[in-house]
Design a protein. Structure first.
Length: 486
């Protein structure tokens, strides 16, 4: 534990949904839900307006529609979210060389290592300056927690939401944590929380009073020891700048179970290419290809193949995933497919580029060896893949919420599509709410477009945070918080 609250935790507020509201003037102040829109879709993020109606992340989209039938339901635009995340992370990097990203919208920062804070006053000033900078650069809000440990800084940012800042003064941790639910502690999920509740422990104070021995008896030695330390507010984990990814993967859940083997194979190959794109974007290569298949009955199978060395070749990964698929029984239907690469490295083994051709030749020889003699001239019929409906094709080409450009009407976004038509609202992040027009889905004047920046003119922050005051009167109590305007 540090003697000053110099560990900062930033958590952007309802990040995906807030970015969509900032990009779409007509949705500001309204319920917005971002996620999968099909029958099996899941909510990724809901705006605070939608949360007040009971919608939350990880909820099935079908259930969200029942709770908030008038909300705007949008397909995620990860290119926009990554761009905004890069802007935020660049600001964090100006505060300290020790920045530990947890996701696109969340990170820890060691302010002491960057020399930007050494006491409560300077930490608060830095946190307020960061929130102001984020709003100026991205147009979005973030909540900031400051404490002497990572655990408490994260708890502080959660308590400060939305659009707030909370400082937890060292020495006040136990009093602050005592009345909180045990679920506030890292690693205490629904199952552990329910187990502790049955033992009569619902608050952090209950855990501290129970003692380490009792917690070890209840949840095991490793977890019990850590849980007791957290209940006392103790956490010595450092902020780690480099968090190496252990794997790269992509997966898709299908609205309707896939029964056709050719279609399943095509989807696996498509996912393999997407996986390699992510792998290359991270400047990595991998040695082990993993296939994930969730069948119609929710049973999930994984298969893996380890290559001779690391690769980022799409042909190698695609064909390895295809070979893995051959060992999986998809009879009855497939509801989810995923392709991943593990055993990551920073280099690619050159001779692996020939592996795809080698594998094809081995597969050919294997077929010739095992296949029964066929009649001369006879060919094995190849089944036709399942065809997508016109509605599915339209939704795939014009996803709800995604950007479009019309040669006559300018930039807009898709409100919806169906029955051969696509409805577009024409507006920009800095414009007034725009008008709505409907077109044929094959209108030659309409095309997909890249997202626009959320802020039209980004201010110059090249000298920031040198301009931040290093100390200021804060009047900090045991635990201060609240919203502050940038």
């Amino acid at each position: 534990m540090r003697p000053a609250p110099t560990i900062l935790h930033l958590d952007m507020d309802a990040f995906y949904a807030s970015a969509e509201q900032a990009a779409k003037p007509s949705l500001r102040g309204k319920a917005v839900v971002v996620g999968g829109l099909g029958p099996r879709g899941v909510v990724a993020t809901a705006s605070y307006e939608a949360r007040r109606l009971g919608v939350h992340s990880a909820m099935p989209t079908a259930q969200a529609r029942r709770l908030a039938p008038n909300a705007a339901y949008l397909v995620p635009r990860f290119s926009l979210y990554r761009t905004v995340s890069d802007q935020v992370m660049e600001l964090l990097g100006r505060l300290s060389p020790l920045v530990e990203p947890l996701s696109l919208d969340e990170a820890f920062v060691d302010l002491e290592a960057g020399g930007t804070a050494d006491d409560s006053a300077s930490a608060r000033a830095t946190g307020e300056g960061l929130r102001a900078a984020i709003r100026a650069v991205t147009g979005l809000s973030g909540s900031v927690g400051l404490a002497g440990s990572k655990m408490l800084a994260k708890i502080a940012s959660e308590e400060a939401k939305p659009d707030g800042l909370l400082v937890i003064e060292p020495g006040t941790e136990r009093d602050l944590l005592a009345p909180m639910s045990v679920r506030i502690l890292p690693g205490v999920g629904p199952a552990t929380g329910d187990h502790l509740r049955r033992a009569g422990m619902t608050t952090v104070h209950d855990l501290a009073e129970a003692g380490e021995a009792e917690l070890v008896r209840l949840v095991g030695k490793a977890h019990g020891h850590g849980l007791y330390r957290m209940a006392l507010g103790l956490d010595d984990r450092p902020v780690v700048a480099e968090r190496d990814a252990k794997s790269v993967s992509v997966e898709d859940t299908f609205d309707v179970d896939l029964h056709d083997r050719v279609r399943v194979r095509a989807e696996v190959e498509r996912l393999a290419v997407r996986c390699v794109e992510r792998l290359r974007a991270a400047d990595r290569s991998g040695r082990t290809v993993v296939l994930k298949v969730r069948r119609y009955d929710f049973s999930t199978l994984t298969r893996s193949e380890t290559l001779r060395g690391p690769t980022d070749d799409p042909t190698v990964v695609r064909e390895a995933a295809g070979r893995l698929l051959e060992s999986v029984d998809t009879t009855g239907g497939v509801r989810l497919l995923g392709v991943g690469v593990t055993g990551l490295a920073d280099y690619t083994q050159e001779d692996l580029f020939a592996q795809a051709a080698d594998a094809r030749e081995l597969a050919r020889r294997d077929r010739e060896h095992h296949a029964p003699a066929a009649e001369a001239g006879a060919e094995e019929p190849v089944p036709e893949p399942e065809a997508d409906s016109a509605e599915q094709l339209a939704a795939r080409r014009w996803p709800a919420g995604h950007d479009v450009h019309h040669e006559e009407h300018g930039h807009g976004w898709v409100q919806g599509s169906g029955i051969g038509r696509v409805t577009v609202r024409f507006e920009e992040p800095w414009s007034a709410p725009g008008r709505v027009l409907t077109f044929q889905i094959d209108d030659p004047l309409l095309r997909p477009a890249d997202p626009l920046p959320l802020v039209r003119e980004v201010p110059d922050y090249s000298s920031w945070p040198a301009s931040l005051p290093k100390s200021r009167s804060s009047g900090a109590g045991a635990a201060e918080g609240g919203e502050s305007s940038p």
